[in-house]
Unconditional design. Structure first.
Length: 418
């Protein structure tokens, strides 16, 4: 049973890599800041890191708060069969969306499938409609918040760097600030968690007690200073270059910052979405091991996250080009300056949601950021037909996945449970 569900989880992760991870890396590939091969390496390392460090709280929300697992205490095999149906339903929906080239949310596909099997098993009272409503609200909130943050960043960069008579000189002055903002966003949300083991070791072995934010602030300062010095060194190559035709030198330099923002988006996506894709497998493994449904003590094992990571990289490499093209080139033409702002805003929005335990959508955040860039460049540059098609797929994701989950669960229940 675990082997079969492991293969199903790999299938879901494959589709997650082809769709959700592909759209999270789409702006970087579309603006030519990174190649597809580089995007694969970034996704493989940082998606898994984000899932391991931050993905568990969101995964627990999905498994224990969409459908009340206590209703299945007397029938853990029914809950296990439901999680099998969730894997199949969400995988099929992501597969279809990827074939069409549309960026959808794996979170919403999993949520819909869980609600579908819960509703057909126990009834609509089994579904936590408040949690479902909160997640559905992210359809609107996530792209709006990300779009507003993108607009703020891009307006500042456009006004104080791109539109100046000597943009490379302006960039040199702004590099310390860009470095600080970049690592502040990442550091405030991530460094405290990363440094907790170090602080615990210092306290246990040597009795050194540091204020909770001293070490994260030190790491952030070192990272920002290092990035500033490296960027200044790279910028020196263009010191005598006065020709800024087509904005190439300035965009090349900002492209270096976009590589870092792409890393942060991959980490943020892993923290919020990768664990979601393999959460049903973790629940199945838990039931198989304990013969009980997962309640408050539910945790996602490392081997499950590792399996998900391998599936993600494989799916991105083999089938991710369509969705990358939609995000990176289909909505609006992107330069590294715009891609950097959209990715930084996306990482900020999703990491914040992860810290709050909210299963937000990276694809929604990134689309909101890309649309904001297009609007600032001129409304005519946004391909609204693509936006309408993406919006329609977003709207039908949860009900479609719920229907698939209900139908597949009904078939599996007849076949497995009699």
């Amino acid at each position: 049973m675990v082997l079969v569900t492991g293969l199903l989880a790999f299938y879901v992760a494959w589709n997650l890599g082809a769709n959700d991870v592909a759209n999270s890396m789409g702006t970087s590939v579309g603006s030519k800041a990174v190649t597809l091969k580089q995007a694969l390496i970034i996704a493989g390392v940082l998606e898994l890191s984000g899932a391991v460090l931050f993905g568990r709280q969101v995964s627990q929300t999905l498994v224990t708060e969409i459908v009340n697992p206590s209703l299945f205490v007397q029938a853990p095999q029914v809950f296990l069969t439901g999680m099998l149906a969730v894997l199949l339903a969400s995988g099929l929906w992501l597969n279809l969306a990827t074939a069409w080239g549309f960026p959808v949310s794996s979170t919403h596909a999993v949520v819909g499938a869980i609600a579908g099997f819960g509703g057909v098993t126990v009834g609509i009272q089994a579904v936590n409609w408040r949690s479902l409503g909160t997640i559905s609200l992210t359809w609107v909130v996530t792209p709006v918040v990300s779009g507003l943050i993108t607009a703020l960043f891009y307006t500042l960069i456009k006004r104080w760097i791109l539109e100046q008579p000597h943009p490379l000189e302006q960039l040199r002055e702004w590099i310390p600030w860009l470095s600080t903002v970049l690592f502040s966003v990442f550091g405030v949300l991530v460094f405290p968690t990363l440094t907790q083991p170090v602080q615990a070791m210092l306290q246990n072995r040597w009795g050194v007690v540091l204020p909770s934010y001293d070490l994260p602030l030190a790491l952030g300062a070192i990272a920002a200073i290092t990035l500033t010095l490296i960027s200044w060194r790279q910028l020196a190559k263009y010191a005598n270059q006065q020709d800024n035709q087509n904005g190439l030198p300035i965009e090349q330099q900002l492209g270096r910052f976009q590589v870092l923002s792409a890393c942060f988006v991959a980490f943020a996506h892993g923290s919020n979405d990768v664990g979601n894709a393999v959460a049903p497998l973790a629940a199945i493994a838990y039931i198989h091991r304990t013969h009980a449904v997962p309640l408050n003590d539910f945790q996602v094992p490392f081997w499950v996250l590792g399996l998900g990571g391998m599936g993600i990289v494989t799916g991105l490499a083999i089938w991710g080009k369509k969705v990358i093209a939609t995000i990176g080139e289909g909505i609006t033409p992107l330069q590294p300056s715009g891609g950097f702002c959209a990715e930084l805003a996306t990482a900020t929005t999703i990491l914040l949601a992860s810290r709050l335990g909210l299963p937000a959508s990276t694809s929604h955040a990134l689309v909101g950021g890309v649309v904001a860039i297009g609007l600032l460049q001129g409304q005519h540059s946004v391909r609204w037909q693509i936006i309408r098609e993406i919006g329609l797929v977003w709207l039908i994701t949860i009900p479609s996945a719920a229907g698939l989950g209900a139908v597949i669960f009904s078939g599996l229940r007849l076949f497995l449970l009699g």
